[in-house]
Ligand binder design. Sequence first.
Ligand SMILES: Cc1ncc(COP(=O)(O)O)c(C=O)c1O
Length: 368
Amino acid sequence: MNMSVRPQPRPGVMQIDAYVPGKSKAAGVAKIHKLSSNETPLGPSPKAMEAIRTFDHLELYPDGAATKLREAIAARYGLDPNRIVCGTGSDELLSLITNAYVGPGDEGIFTEHGFLVYRIAIQAAGGTPVVAPEKDLRTDVDAILKKVTDRTKIVFLANPNNPTGTYIPFDEVKRLHAGLPPHVLLVLDAAYAEYVRRNDYEAGLELVATSENVVMTRTFSKIYGLANLRLGWMVAPPHIADAINRIRGPFNVSGPAIAAGIAAIQDEAHIAKAIEHNERWLAWLTREIEALGLKVTPSVGNFLLVHFPQEAGRTAKEADSFLSSRGLILRQVEAYGLPDALRLTVGSEEANGLVVAALRDFLGGKNA
Ligand SMILES: Cc1ncc(COP(=O)(O)O)c(C=O)c1O
């Protein structure tokens, strides 16, 4: 077989390390608690479930513009629906944005432990990924600004970031924006914004509304509990929304997703419950895990990063297998440059209690 005559992907495609999702299985365990993908333990709004159950006419194409969903999002946040674009998860939007603004020879910046999809999106578009170092697992605005060159086209900022759970105050986001040349697109990825309880935090809608070079991506996968449906949205200046609308699939968001998204965004009681659950258990898990002698990075999201010593018998890898043998699936974050840590999603009361008990046994040298 002559390999050189078969179709070849564009240069760079085969250099991409594919995204590896959090595990969802553990062998030989009766009950699994999946705490590896930052999914909500509360599930979706019952109203969103009802919208899917009663959805009819799957034989008809959906409204390609997702008009009613954009209107519902716009009403919830006081936005202009024409500036909103919906997608099959914010992942799709991150790729579309990158494809529209980055090409071969261009650079895209993201932070040292930033969400891995940014690197993949930049490489897939033929661009060059540029990594800005973080300070204490936190975005360092000056380090990002130092990486800007004539070739920079895009800067991704997850705020809060996954997998670190840290955030930067809105003042810092504004300082980052002010330091960027006007032709550089700043992408604010606010996938976990709903969870943040800090006075100095803002997702940045105001910055999107008042700039020509800032977009924000949001998701229905996290607090809204609709990860399986694949639904996200972005808000952007009109000229950017226009560019994305030209390259997205004409019917990228399905009818059931549109219907569920509308119901979910209107069910404020369900969101309030999810926020309350997270606030309570994030603090509890942080406290209990620290009390076991492990370092926990202070998080404002629905997950936390737990650091393990490099000592044999106590490493992150060993902790991961110990926890897995009890049906507790966490996320290894070696691919994020954090080989000594595990990321833990805030789970149900039962799962949280089991994790702390298992970590106690692990550190105490007990068998699984
Ligand atoms: C920071 C961040 N952005 C975006 C996403 C993508 O979410 P989705 O494509 O499900 O909307 C995730 C999911 O893990 C995330 O952690």
